[in-house]
Design a protein around this ligand. Sequence first.
Ligand code: NDP
Ligand code: 8X3
Length: 250
Amino acid sequence: MGKFIFITGASSGFGAATAHLFAEKGYDLVLMARREQKLHELVQKLPKQTEAHILVADVCDQSAVASAVASLPNHVLDSLSILVNNAGLAVGKGSIDHGLIDDWDRMIDTNLKGLLYVSQSIIPILKANGSGHIVNVASIAGKEVYPGGNVYCATKHAVDALSRSMRIDLVNHKIKVTNLAPGAAETEFSVVRFKGDEKKAKSVYSGYDPLVAKDIAETLWFICSRPKHVNVNDLTLMATAQASAAVFAD
Ligand code: NDP
Ligand code: 8X3
């Protein structure tokens, strides 16, 4: 029987790269996102021996998340050992007084409530299995703030706090909790943030070498492949050209 990793936001960026790397390393996969077609395309490219389950769900929809998890076969639940809470997004970037309520709601609902809904469904499974590992993908925006980052930064600071709280609450169940805080990485993140403006999104990563999704996947592999008695509590990872949230090499 395989070992399963459950990845939210698996249809692109960090989540998709993590799915590929963990499959290469011998893991079986549960992949959650809203874009079903993207998940099917990903599964087509996995090694033949990988068992992959696609769950099409919006993490903001608590009952959809719970039903999707409940639909998994017992052998998957019984060997589920890792949850990567990766689904997330920024929507908009600008001064707080120009913020749009809909953008704020989307970030709070996805980055914070979505992470809670998925965790609520998965934690009982890890407890029943006697151990496990939850990695919450936060951000450098959860360590620092930067101009125009306001609500996105607030959600990622909350993820950072939740990681620390979850580690305390779950320590007696042998469930490791890691907070992973990447800096700027070129994925679909900025296209989503700037609502499809590809030119503006591209400009975020011009003039330096940003992180790419594979860098985060490899870091996740390091985090998840430590011996049983070792937990990486918190890991911040940035491009060499990024010194802090808003400082990049010329
Ligand atoms: P992408 O936009 O490439 O990927 C985001 C993923 O989240 C997609 O698979 C998307 O799938 C999924 N997602 C978004 N909203 C929902 C939802 N409501 N329900 C289910 N899935 C959802 O960005 P990244 O890979 O860069 O981002 C992954 C995580 O890393 C995010 O939490 C982001 O905040 C964080 N991060 C990103 C950094 C960066 O610079 N790129 C740096 C630090 C942290 P779909 O649209 O199919 O639902
Ligand atoms: C995404 C990275 O610096 O744009 O979390 O907030 S940043």
